[in-house]
Design a binder for this molecule. Structure first.
Ligand code: NAP
Length: 319
Protein backbone atom coordinates (compact mmCIF):
# COMPACT_ATOMS: atom_id res chain seq x y z
CA UNK A 1 0.00 0.00 0.00
CA UNK A 2 0.96 3.66 -0.22
CA UNK A 3 1.65 5.57 2.97
CA UNK A 4 3.32 8.76 4.11
CA UNK A 5 6.51 7.85 5.94
CA UNK A 6 8.65 10.14 8.13
CA UNK A 7 12.32 9.18 8.66
CA UNK A 8 13.52 12.31 10.48
CA UNK A 9 12.19 15.47 12.13
CA UNK A 10 11.95 18.48 9.87
CA UNK A 11 9.74 20.67 7.68
CA UNK A 12 6.76 19.43 5.64
CA UNK A 13 9.19 17.99 3.04
CA UNK A 14 10.04 15.07 5.38
CA UNK A 15 6.54 13.64 4.68
CA UNK A 16 7.44 11.12 1.92
CA UNK A 17 4.98 9.00 -0.06
CA UNK A 18 6.31 5.40 -0.05
CA UNK A 19 5.24 1.86 -0.85
CA UNK A 20 5.07 -0.17 2.39
CA UNK A 21 3.70 -3.64 3.29
CA UNK A 22 -0.05 -3.92 3.95
CA UNK A 23 -0.78 -4.18 7.68
CA UNK A 24 -2.34 -7.46 8.91
CA UNK A 25 -4.63 -7.44 11.96
CA UNK A 26 -3.47 -9.36 15.03
CA UNK A 27 -5.82 -10.45 17.84
CA UNK A 28 -8.14 -7.60 18.85
CA UNK A 29 -7.04 -5.45 15.90
CA UNK A 30 -8.85 -3.95 12.92
CA UNK A 31 -7.50 -2.82 9.54
CA UNK A 32 -9.40 0.14 8.07
CA UNK A 33 -9.30 1.06 4.37
CA UNK A 34 -8.86 4.83 4.69
CA UNK A 35 -11.11 6.94 2.43
CA UNK A 36 -10.04 10.22 4.05
CA UNK A 37 -7.48 11.01 6.76
CA UNK A 38 -7.93 14.03 9.03
CA UNK A 39 -5.00 16.43 9.37
CA UNK A 40 -4.56 17.89 12.88
CA UNK A 41 -2.14 20.65 13.96
CA UNK A 42 -0.46 18.29 16.47
CA UNK A 43 0.85 16.19 13.58
CA UNK A 44 2.88 19.20 12.40
CA UNK A 45 4.33 19.73 15.91
CA UNK A 46 5.32 16.02 16.10
CA UNK A 47 6.83 16.07 12.58
CA UNK A 48 8.88 19.17 13.45
CA UNK A 49 10.26 17.51 16.62
CA UNK A 50 8.43 19.85 19.00
CA UNK A 51 6.35 17.21 20.73
CA UNK A 52 8.77 14.84 22.45
CA UNK A 53 10.77 11.88 21.13
CA UNK A 54 9.50 9.68 18.31
CA UNK A 55 10.66 6.37 16.84
CA UNK A 56 11.46 6.46 13.13
CA UNK A 57 10.21 5.62 10.60
CA UNK A 58 6.57 6.42 11.34
CA UNK A 59 3.34 7.20 9.51
CA UNK A 60 1.44 10.19 10.98
CA UNK A 61 -2.25 10.45 11.66
CA UNK A 62 -4.91 9.24 14.08
CA UNK A 63 -8.15 10.31 12.39
CA UNK A 64 -9.78 8.74 9.38
CA UNK A 65 -13.08 7.74 7.87
CA UNK A 66 -13.28 4.53 5.90
CA UNK A 67 -14.37 0.93 5.59
CA UNK A 68 -13.25 -2.04 7.69
CA UNK A 69 -10.92 -4.13 5.50
CA UNK A 70 -10.24 -7.04 7.87
CA UNK A 71 -10.43 -7.91 11.57
CA UNK A 72 -8.24 -10.05 13.83
CA UNK A 73 -9.35 -12.84 16.16
CA UNK A 74 -11.51 -11.80 19.09
CA UNK A 75 -12.90 -8.65 17.42
CA UNK A 76 -16.65 -8.62 18.04
CA UNK A 77 -17.77 -5.03 17.26
CA UNK A 78 -16.78 -4.88 13.57
CA UNK A 79 -16.65 -6.96 10.40
CA UNK A 80 -15.22 -6.33 6.93
CA UNK A 81 -17.33 -3.77 5.05
CA UNK A 82 -18.49 -1.74 8.09
CA UNK A 83 -18.32 2.07 7.75
CA UNK A 84 -16.20 3.51 10.55
CA UNK A 85 -14.13 6.43 11.80
CA UNK A 86 -10.89 6.13 13.75
CA UNK A 87 -9.74 8.26 16.69
CA UNK A 88 -6.23 6.79 16.96
CA UNK A 89 -4.16 4.23 15.07
CA UNK A 90 -1.26 1.86 15.70
CA UNK A 91 0.24 2.28 12.21
CA UNK A 92 -0.98 5.84 11.29
CA UNK A 93 -3.82 7.03 9.07
CA UNK A 94 -1.88 8.97 6.39
CA UNK A 95 -2.06 5.73 4.39
CA UNK A 96 -4.34 3.57 2.29
CA UNK A 97 -4.75 1.10 5.19
CA UNK A 98 -4.57 1.82 8.93
CA UNK A 99 -4.02 -0.79 11.66
CA UNK A 100 -6.01 0.02 14.82
CA UNK A 101 -7.09 -1.57 18.06
CA UNK A 102 -10.80 -2.34 18.30
CA UNK A 103 -11.22 0.55 20.79
CA UNK A 104 -9.71 3.05 18.32
CA UNK A 105 -12.45 2.31 15.75
CA UNK A 106 -16.04 3.63 15.97
CA UNK A 107 -19.13 2.97 13.87
CA UNK A 108 -20.05 5.75 11.47
CA UNK A 109 -23.78 6.51 11.28
CA UNK A 110 -25.30 6.10 7.79
CA UNK A 111 -26.03 9.85 7.50
CA UNK A 112 -22.33 10.79 7.91
CA UNK A 113 -19.91 10.42 4.96
CA UNK A 114 -16.54 8.73 5.40
CA UNK A 115 -14.90 12.07 4.56
CA UNK A 116 -16.82 13.65 7.45
CA UNK A 117 -15.74 10.68 9.58
CA UNK A 118 -12.14 11.89 9.18
CA UNK A 119 -13.15 15.14 10.94
CA UNK A 120 -14.53 13.50 14.08
CA UNK A 121 -11.77 11.77 16.10
CA UNK A 122 -9.45 14.38 17.59
CA UNK A 123 -11.50 17.57 16.95
CA UNK A 124 -14.85 16.43 18.35
CA UNK A 125 -13.39 14.34 21.18
CA UNK A 126 -11.21 17.31 22.20
CA UNK A 127 -14.11 19.77 22.16
CA UNK A 128 -16.27 17.34 24.13
CA UNK A 129 -13.60 16.62 26.77
CA UNK A 130 -12.76 20.31 27.13
CA UNK A 131 -16.37 21.39 27.51
CA UNK A 132 -17.97 18.51 29.42
CA UNK A 133 -15.15 16.79 31.33
CA UNK A 134 -12.78 19.64 32.28
CA UNK A 135 -15.78 21.77 33.27
CA UNK A 136 -19.58 21.64 33.32
CA UNK A 137 -21.42 23.89 30.89
CA UNK A 138 -24.88 24.88 32.07
CA UNK A 139 -27.77 25.76 29.75
CA UNK A 140 -28.32 29.52 29.82
CA UNK A 141 -24.61 30.30 30.27
CA UNK A 142 -22.64 32.22 27.66
CA UNK A 143 -19.58 30.63 26.04
CA UNK A 144 -16.86 32.17 23.90
CA UNK A 145 -15.39 29.67 21.44
CA UNK A 146 -12.15 31.55 20.83
CA UNK A 147 -11.14 30.16 17.43
CA UNK A 148 -14.37 28.67 16.12
CA UNK A 149 -13.66 28.24 12.40
CA UNK A 150 -11.31 25.21 12.56
CA UNK A 151 -11.75 21.54 13.41
CA UNK A 152 -12.11 21.81 17.22
CA UNK A 153 -13.93 25.17 17.16
CA UNK A 154 -16.74 24.01 14.86
CA UNK A 155 -17.25 20.96 17.07
CA UNK A 156 -17.33 23.20 20.15
CA UNK A 157 -19.90 25.57 18.62
CA UNK A 158 -22.20 22.68 17.69
CA UNK A 159 -21.82 20.97 21.11
CA UNK A 160 -22.39 24.18 23.09
CA UNK A 161 -25.38 25.27 21.02
CA UNK A 162 -27.02 21.85 21.49
CA UNK A 163 -26.35 22.11 25.25
CA UNK A 164 -28.39 25.34 25.47
CA UNK A 165 -25.64 27.95 25.89
CA UNK A 166 -25.49 31.32 24.19
CA UNK A 167 -22.57 30.86 21.81
CA UNK A 168 -20.13 33.55 20.67
CA UNK A 169 -17.55 32.24 18.19
CA UNK A 170 -14.54 33.94 16.62
CA UNK A 171 -12.84 33.62 13.24
CA UNK A 172 -10.25 35.64 11.34
CA UNK A 173 -11.85 35.77 7.89
CA UNK A 174 -15.23 36.65 6.35
CA UNK A 175 -15.87 33.08 5.20
CA UNK A 176 -14.87 31.82 8.65
CA UNK A 177 -17.30 34.21 10.36
CA UNK A 178 -20.11 33.07 8.06
CA UNK A 179 -19.27 29.44 8.79
CA UNK A 180 -19.31 30.04 12.56
CA UNK A 181 -22.81 31.57 12.33
CA UNK A 182 -24.01 28.70 10.12
CA UNK A 183 -22.85 26.19 12.73
CA UNK A 184 -25.15 27.70 15.36
CA UNK A 185 -23.23 30.54 17.00
CA UNK A 186 -25.52 33.37 18.07
CA UNK A 187 -22.74 35.90 17.41
CA UNK A 188 -19.51 35.77 15.38
CA UNK A 189 -16.61 38.14 16.10
CA UNK A 190 -13.41 38.72 14.11
CA UNK A 191 -10.37 38.02 16.33
CA UNK A 192 -8.13 40.06 14.00
CA UNK A 193 -10.03 43.28 14.83
CA UNK A 194 -8.60 45.35 17.71
CA UNK A 195 -12.00 46.03 19.33
CA UNK A 196 -13.66 42.60 19.13
CA UNK A 197 -13.50 41.96 22.88
CA UNK A 198 -15.18 45.31 23.58
CA UNK A 199 -17.91 44.11 21.25
CA UNK A 200 -18.10 40.87 23.27
CA UNK A 201 -18.56 42.84 26.50
CA UNK A 202 -21.28 44.89 24.82
CA UNK A 203 -23.05 41.67 23.70
CA UNK A 204 -23.04 40.38 27.29
CA UNK A 205 -24.27 43.66 28.79
CA UNK A 206 -20.83 44.22 30.36
CA UNK A 207 -21.02 40.97 32.38
CA UNK A 208 -18.57 38.93 30.31
CA UNK A 209 -18.78 35.24 29.40
CA UNK A 210 -19.12 32.29 31.78
CA UNK A 211 -16.93 29.94 29.78
CA UNK A 212 -14.14 30.31 27.21
CA UNK A 213 -12.96 27.40 25.06
CA UNK A 214 -9.54 28.72 23.98
CA UNK A 215 -7.69 27.61 20.81
CA UNK A 216 -4.87 30.20 20.95
CA UNK A 217 -3.95 30.75 24.62
CA UNK A 218 -0.46 32.00 23.67
CA UNK A 219 -2.06 35.17 22.34
CA UNK A 220 -5.34 35.30 24.25
CA UNK A 221 -5.10 34.00 27.82
CA UNK A 222 -4.36 37.38 29.38
CA UNK A 223 -7.24 39.05 27.50
CA UNK A 224 -9.55 36.12 28.27
CA UNK A 225 -9.29 36.82 32.01
CA UNK A 226 -10.55 40.37 31.42
CA UNK A 227 -13.75 39.27 29.62
CA UNK A 228 -14.80 36.50 32.01
CA UNK A 229 -17.86 36.84 34.22
CA UNK A 230 -17.53 36.13 37.94
CA UNK A 231 -16.72 32.41 38.54
CA UNK A 232 -15.88 32.11 34.84
CA UNK A 233 -13.70 29.34 33.47
CA UNK A 234 -11.18 29.25 30.62
CA UNK A 235 -10.44 25.81 29.21
CA UNK A 236 -7.09 25.98 27.40
CA UNK A 237 -7.28 23.69 24.36
CA UNK A 238 -4.59 25.20 22.12
CA UNK A 239 -1.38 27.11 22.92
CA UNK A 240 1.74 27.51 20.81
CA UNK A 241 3.99 29.21 23.32
CA UNK A 242 4.27 31.08 26.63
CA UNK A 243 2.24 34.13 27.63
CA UNK A 244 2.29 36.60 30.51
CA UNK A 245 -1.00 37.03 32.38
CA UNK A 246 -2.13 39.28 35.23
CA UNK A 247 -3.35 36.89 37.95
CA UNK A 248 -5.32 39.75 39.52
CA UNK A 249 -7.71 39.70 36.54
CA UNK A 250 -8.56 36.12 37.49
CA UNK A 251 -8.57 36.75 41.27
CA UNK A 252 -11.20 39.48 41.07
CA UNK A 253 -13.47 37.07 39.21
CA UNK A 254 -12.75 33.86 41.19
CA UNK A 255 -11.82 32.54 37.75
CA UNK A 256 -10.49 29.08 36.85
CA UNK A 257 -7.91 28.32 34.16
CA UNK A 258 -8.26 24.70 33.09
CA UNK A 259 -5.61 23.48 30.61
CA UNK A 260 -6.28 20.11 28.99
CA UNK A 261 -4.96 17.58 26.50
CA UNK A 262 -6.97 14.82 24.87
CA UNK A 263 -3.97 12.53 25.33
CA UNK A 264 -4.83 12.39 29.07
CA UNK A 265 -8.29 10.92 28.38
CA UNK A 266 -8.76 7.52 30.02
CA UNK A 267 -10.27 4.51 28.21
CA UNK A 268 -13.61 4.83 30.07
CA UNK A 269 -13.68 8.57 29.30
CA UNK A 270 -13.05 7.91 25.61
CA UNK A 271 -15.79 5.29 25.55
CA UNK A 272 -18.25 7.81 26.98
CA UNK A 273 -17.07 10.60 24.67
CA UNK A 274 -17.49 8.52 21.51
CA UNK A 275 -20.91 7.25 22.61
CA UNK A 276 -22.01 10.88 23.01
CA UNK A 277 -20.49 11.87 19.66
CA UNK A 278 -22.26 8.99 17.93
CA UNK A 279 -25.61 10.19 19.31
CA UNK A 280 -24.89 13.75 18.13
CA UNK A 281 -23.89 12.53 14.67
CA UNK A 282 -27.01 10.37 14.37
CA UNK A 283 -29.28 13.22 15.46
CA UNK A 284 -27.30 15.72 13.35
CA UNK A 285 -26.66 18.14 16.18
CA UNK A 286 -23.04 17.33 15.17
CA UNK A 287 -22.28 17.97 11.50
CA UNK A 288 -18.55 17.78 10.61
CA UNK A 289 -17.68 20.47 8.06
CA UNK A 290 -15.23 19.60 5.31
CA UNK A 291 -12.49 22.01 4.31
CA UNK A 292 -9.72 21.54 1.76
CA UNK A 293 -8.92 18.10 0.35
CA UNK A 294 -5.40 17.07 -0.70
CA UNK A 295 -4.22 13.85 -2.38
CA UNK A 296 -2.10 11.74 0.02
CA UNK A 297 1.08 12.66 -1.91
CA UNK A 298 0.41 16.32 -1.07
CA UNK A 299 0.63 15.77 2.71
CA UNK A 300 3.39 18.46 2.86
CA UNK A 301 0.94 21.02 1.39
CA UNK A 302 -1.73 19.95 3.89
CA UNK A 303 0.75 20.49 6.76
CA UNK A 304 1.42 24.00 5.49
CA UNK A 305 -2.29 24.72 5.06
CA UNK A 306 -3.34 23.61 8.57
CA UNK A 307 -1.08 26.26 10.14
CA UNK A 308 -2.27 29.13 7.95
CA UNK A 309 -4.95 31.65 8.97
CA UNK A 310 -8.35 31.62 7.28
CA UNK A 311 -9.44 28.23 8.65
CA UNK A 312 -12.56 26.70 7.19
CA UNK A 313 -13.50 23.25 8.49
CA UNK A 314 -11.45 20.09 8.35
CA UNK A 315 -8.46 19.55 6.07
CA UNK A 316 -8.26 15.94 4.84
CA UNK A 317 -5.93 13.75 2.79
CA UNK A 318 -7.43 11.42 0.19
CA UNK A 319 -5.34 8.24 -0.31
P1 NAP B 1 -7.43 24.49 13.08
O1 NAP B 1 -8.46 23.70 12.36
O2 NAP B 1 -6.17 24.85 12.38
O3 NAP B 1 -8.14 25.84 13.62
C1 NAP B 1 -7.40 26.84 14.29
C2 NAP B 1 -8.39 27.82 14.88
O4 NAP B 1 -7.70 28.80 15.67
C3 NAP B 1 -9.13 28.60 13.77
O5 NAP B 1 -10.47 28.80 14.16
C4 NAP B 1 -8.38 29.92 13.75
O6 NAP B 1 -9.13 30.97 13.19
C5 NAP B 1 -8.15 30.09 15.23
N1 NAP B 1 -7.24 31.18 15.56
C6 NAP B 1 -6.14 31.62 14.90
N2 NAP B 1 -5.64 32.71 15.51
C7 NAP B 1 -6.44 32.98 16.56
C8 NAP B 1 -6.48 34.00 17.57
N3 NAP B 1 -5.54 34.95 17.64
N4 NAP B 1 -7.47 33.97 18.48
C9 NAP B 1 -8.42 33.01 18.45
N5 NAP B 1 -8.44 32.01 17.54
C10 NAP B 1 -7.47 32.01 16.61
O7 NAP B 1 -6.97 23.75 14.42
P2 NAP B 1 -7.86 22.83 15.41
O8 NAP B 1 -7.71 21.42 15.01
O9 NAP B 1 -9.20 23.43 15.54
O10 NAP B 1 -7.03 23.04 16.77
C11 NAP B 1 -7.07 24.30 17.43
C12 NAP B 1 -5.93 24.36 18.45
O11 NAP B 1 -6.16 23.39 19.47
C13 NAP B 1 -4.56 24.05 17.86
O12 NAP B 1 -3.59 24.85 18.49
C14 NAP B 1 -4.33 22.60 18.22
O13 NAP B 1 -2.97 22.26 18.33
C15 NAP B 1 -5.04 22.53 19.56
N6 NAP B 1 -5.54 21.19 19.90
C16 NAP B 1 -5.34 20.77 21.17
C17 NAP B 1 -5.84 19.55 21.57
C18 NAP B 1 -5.66 19.11 22.99
O14 NAP B 1 -5.77 17.93 23.29
N7 NAP B 1 -5.44 20.05 23.90
C19 NAP B 1 -6.49 18.71 20.66
C20 NAP B 1 -6.71 19.19 19.35
C21 NAP B 1 -6.22 20.45 18.99
P3 NAP B 1 -8.78 31.67 11.75
O15 NAP B 1 -7.96 30.70 10.96
O16 NAP B 1 -10.16 31.92 11.17
O17 NAP B 1 -8.04 32.92 12.10
Amino acid sequence: MKAIVVHEFGGPEVLKLEEVPDPKPGPGQVVVRVEAAGVNPVETYIRAGNYGPRQFPYTPGSDSGGIVDSVGSGVTSFKAGDRVYTSASISGTYAQLALCTEAQVHPLPANVSTRQGAAVGVPYATAYRAAFIRTTPRGGETVLVHGASGGVGIAAVQLMRAAGLTVIGTAGSEKGLKLVREQGAHHALDHTKPDYLQELLRLTGGKGVDLILEMAAHTNLGKDLTVLAKNGRVVVIGSRGPIEINPRDGMTRDAAILPMTLMNATEPELKGIHAALRAGLELETLRPVMGREFPLADAPKAHEAILQPGSYGKIVLIP
